[in-house]
Design a protein around this ligand. Structure first.
Ligand code: ADP
Length: 243
């Protein structure tokens, strides 16, 4: 490949992402704020039809904003510009913060999230980014579970590392697809997984974030049985308190 062609392409990509971030994200955020005010009655009471329409548009806007944010994340991670602010956090705090983010979605999907053993450990992490990872794995597990099923989160300790697992009894993933789902824009054929929406970017972003944590991510899955997505990041068990 010609180097100058490649450079030009990289520049075009960077310009495009800048355009997306400024020309799309800013007005979208403004629209969302306006709809929030509308729903809160700041501009007077809407009738029932108006309210329903406002709620529908609000959820489309949320999807759009999420898609734009995912695209920006991917660009940042490709350019090696995903900045991490590392600190020491308790695993319990990380898990609780992630559970808070998906509780509403789980209720909506009629899926129960069960919390197994969460080790009393400290992890070295960018808290917001790791919450994003765990939220993503939990949301996928919920999304691909049938109604009434249970998703379980648990953890274990390994020398120098903490391992967190999210298990579902959903559709499962064929062995031939597993190698690809961590790639960008990769989704298993809708005929196999049911049409679920999404961008196919979530797991690619998770993997990039985990790599910057010196961590690893993986999955064990069986079609029709379910999946266990896990990751491992540096961490240590807290010494047991002696009373
Ligand atoms: P998205 O969920 O936006 O499609 P992801 O990158 O998070 O993108 O996931 C990529 C694909 O991996 C999904 O479209 C789906 O086919 C598959 N997948 C991810 N998590 C699960 C799961 N828990 N059970 C079954 N399939 C899954």
């Amino acid at each position: 490949h010609d180097i100058s062609d490649r450079k030009e392409l990289d520049q075009m990509k960077a310009d495009f992402v800048n355009m997306v971030s400024h020309d799309l994200r800013t007005p979208l955020t403004g629209m969302r704020a306006f709809l929030d005010s509308l729903g809160a009655g700041v501009y007077g009471e809407l009738n029932k039809k108006g309210n329903q329409a406002s709620i529908r548009i609000q959820s489309s806007l949320t999807r759009l904003v999420n898609l734009v944010n995912d695209l920006l994340d991917v660009e940042k991670m490709e350019a090696g510009r995903m900045e991490m602010r590392f600190g020491t956090y308790s695993l319990k705090h990380l898990v609780d913060a992630s559970l808070d983010m998906v509780r509403g979605f789980a209720d909506e999907q009629k899926v129960t999230v069960e919390v197994g053993e969460i080790i009393d450990a400290d992890v070295l992490a960018d808290l917001d980014r790791m919450v994003q990872v765990l939220q993503n794995l939990l949301a996928n597990a919920i999304k691909f579970s049938p109604k009434g099923e249970v998703v379980t989160i648990s953890s274990s300790i390994e020398p120098g590392f903490v391992k967190v697992s999210v298990t579902d009894r959903g559709t499962g993933i064929a062995e031939s697809d597993i190698a690809q789902i961590f790639d960008r824009f990769r989704q298993v054929a809708p005929s196999k997984s049911g049409v679920k929406g999404g961008t196919g970017l979530g797991l690619a972003i998770c993997k990039a974030i985990l790599e910057q944590h010196n961590g690893t991510v993986g999955v064990e899955s069986q079609v029709g049985e379910g999946s266990t997505f896990w990751f491992r990041i540096p961490g240590t068990q807290k010494p047991e308190k002696t009373a």
